[in-house]
Design a binder for this molecule. Structure first.
Ligand code: GCU
Length: 325
């Protein structure tokens, strides 16, 4: 009898052990195409988790907006329907306001300034703050600088005056909407996946984004909007987030591992990004896109009303970003 009870205990202990080592499969969403740097970053993260746990933690990556547009995937991550999402920080600002600060026009002097901010105390603070929105911020990815581009029918943007009355697609973000208004354009908020056909059918005159998104490895807007204006009005980082409810179910050791895997994927994404920024620019030029250089000071001056409106909303964040050297 004694022996039987002992074996029962051993069995129970084994079962607890099995439960602790239970298989975890995370579902991750990205709205960019399969081989895009952000998707490859997530895939690196998936492989890292797989290798570090001998296949106990897996992450399935759904690219190309298969799980919904950015707004919807953020909502699904809040609810724990999707576990992980890589998204632009612009729409995240609608769920957790301080994240919108990165979308302010010309807030970053250059790429180095942006990295200094997002990988420093401010970046950390905003990732942590996401918990208020049931999201856990893991890491930032590169997304270069954003620029306007317009259709053949609308004509090129050579100065702020050329934007007057133009219907320009904006991300689903209030800050970006206000920026468009400050420039005299008519903002048309729209999910990223709908922009190509809206440009093609003339529903909008233009949009704005970085070279990799615009180019052949991205969503190919160069095919329907051949004028690309190098005004560099924003430098909006991408963010990788995990659902708070998924996070709370992970052991402390697994949480640390997920964070480690996300951070390990950052230099991978950045290197692919740097490469693609150059090649996509060259490829769109080869395909016939016209690159227009402008007086960026003129664009920057026109954005002042945005700062007047958001200056107090972001408290001392703007000043702290500007002061980051
Ligand atoms: C970038 C970003 C996308 C985002 C897009 C947009 O391309 O990588 O995730 O959806 O901007 O303008 O909406």
């Amino acid at each position: 009898m004694r022996r039987f009870v002992t074996s029962l205990f051993v069995l129970a202990a084994l079962m607890v052990g099995v439960a602790a080592a239970q298989q975890i499969t995370l579902k991750a969403a990205d709205n960019q195409p399969e081989d895009y740097p952000t998707v490859q970053g997530l895939k690196f993260m998936a492989n890292y988790l797989d290798a570090a746990t001998n296949g106990r933690i897996k992450m399935e990556v759904f690219a190309g907006g298969q799980l919904g547009d950015e707004r919807s995937t953020i909502e699904q991550v809040q609810l724990g329907v999707i576990d992980v999402v890589r998204t632009s920080t612009s729409p995240v600002g609608e769920f957790y306001a301080p994240m919108g600060v990165y979308s302010l026009p010309y807030i970053f002097r250059d790429a180095a300034h942006m990295w200094k901010v997002v990988q420093g105390p401010i970046g950390r603070e905003l990732l942590d703050g996401l918990q208020q929105a049931n999201l856990v911020g893991l890491a930032y990815y590169d997304s270069g600088s954003r620029n306007f581009y317009t259709t053949k029918a609308a004509g090129p943007i050579k100065s702020v005056a050329d934007l007057k009355g133009k219907r320009i697609r904006t991300q689903q973000s209030e800050v970006v909407l206000d920026m468009m208004k400050a420039l005299g354009a008519e903002p048309v908020p729209m999910a990223f996946g709908e922009v190509y056909s809206a440009l093609q059918t003339g529903v909008i005159d233009g949009a704005e984004n970085n070279f990799p998104s615009y180019g052949p490895q991205g969503v190919r807007h160069y095919e329907v909007a051949p004028y690309f204006t190098l005004d560099g009005h924003a430098r909006v980082p991408e963010v990788v987030m995990i659902s708070k409810s998924t996070w709370d179910k992970l052991s402390a050791a697994d949480q640390a591992l997920v964070r480690e895997a996300a951070l390990a994927s950052v230099p991978v994404e950045m290197a692919l990004w740097a490469q693609l920024s150059n090649t996509s620019r060259a490829e769109v030029v080869k395909a016939g896109s016209e690159i227009i250089t402008v007086d960026t000071a003129e664009f920057q001056a026109a954005m002042k009303p945005v700062y007047d409106k958001y200056g107090s909303k972001y408290g001392d964040l703007i000043q702290r970003i500007v002061d980051t050297k």
